[in-house]
Design a protein around this ligand. Structure first.
Ligand code: PLP
Length: 287
């Protein structure tokens, strides 16, 4: 059951989301997926590039980090000019870039969503081996919301997930480690890949209280899943900008990705794992 959001807190048309992430020249993941998501949801999007990847639907071939100073300048120049209410981070790539981005985030007063990207689904590392600690110290420590998938959640918490109890224990561990975090969304797509349903979980911190909301949807059989994680986190940022409310953003971002998976499942773009077709999305009246 979708909770009703309190009155809208921001004029969403006058504000924007800044993505800090890697570039995927094939347009399926990274900043390209994020900007398509914002455009299809009617939210202004802009992007600072942290890393260049060489990839297509068959996989990632190589990765080149952008100089940390240059990443910082991109972010600072955008924030100095545009009314950015939300920042979303994706692939950060190296500890040096994480540190530079962290300096900018520490000064940012808006809402910050971290998608803790560590590996591509073909197994290619998208963060240097020493990255986990610096992702925590510089990016997650400055984040309001975190959107790990199952594998990332286990890596971040050090907890092997066997039950829902382990999931809650992991969320509480992250909340106590990172005082700025208000929402943790664990995406369920990779939890039990033979299950006919996918269950996403939202853990919320409200003062000293915690609560959990889950969303269960039928699994959509498709191989066109490239960039689904990037798209989910961007949709969360866009819907949070529109509603100011995590339960609603959680529900709507999940519905949006499910709808895109359905719209894209019979299409062919590239020879490997196909992308989502954001451009086919038509927003439904949410009132
Ligand atoms: N490339 C970039 C630049 C990304 O940011 C990501 C994921 O966040 C990926 C590739 C991985 O995409 P996927 O694992 O969905 O293929």
């Amino acid at each position: 059951m979708l909770e009703k959001a309190p009155k809208m807190v921001l004029n969403s048309e006058a504000m924007g989301v800044l993505t800090i992430a890697g570039s995927d020249p094939s347009g399926g993941a990274g900043i390209q997926a994020d900007l398509k998501t914002y455009a299809s949801l009617g939210v202004y999007g802009c992007a600072a590039i942290s890393s260049l990847t060489v990839q297509n639907s068959n996989g990632v071939y190589s990765v080149q980090a952008v100089k940390p100073e240059l990443v910082k300048e991109q972010i600072r120049m955008v924030l100095a000019d545009l009314p950015i209410s939300h920042i979303k981070t994706g692939m950060i790539g190296t500890s040096q870039v994480a540190e530079a981005v962290g300096e900018c985030l520490a000064e940012f007063k808006g809402t910050m969503i971290c998608d803790p990207v560590l590996k591509a689904s073909d197994g290619h590392d998208l963060f240097a081996a020493d990255g986990l600690a610096s992702l925590g110290e510089h990016i997650i420590a400055n984040s309001t919301a975190l959107t790990p998938n199952f594998t990332e959640f286990q890596a971040l918490t050090g907890i092997v997930l066997n039950s829902d109890k382990d999931l809650s224990a992991g969320a509480e561990k992250l909340f106590s480690q990172y005082p700025r975090l208000k929402a943790i969304i664990v995406k369920g797509g990779h939890r039990n890949e033979t299950s006919p349903v996918v269950i996403d979980s939202l853990f919320l911190r409200d003062g000293l209280k915690f609560r959990t909301i889950t969303a269960e949807r039928p699994r959509i059989e498709t191989t066109n899943t490239h960039g689904t994680g990037c798209t989910y986190a961007s949709a969360l940022a866009a819907y949070h900008l529109k509603t100011g409310y995590w339960p609603q953003a959680f529900q709507q971002a999940g519905d949006y990705v499910a709808e895109l998976l359905k719209l894209s499942c019979d299409r062919k773009m590239g020879q490997g794992t196909g992308p989502l077709w954001h451009h086919l999305y038509k927003e439904k009246d949410q009132s």
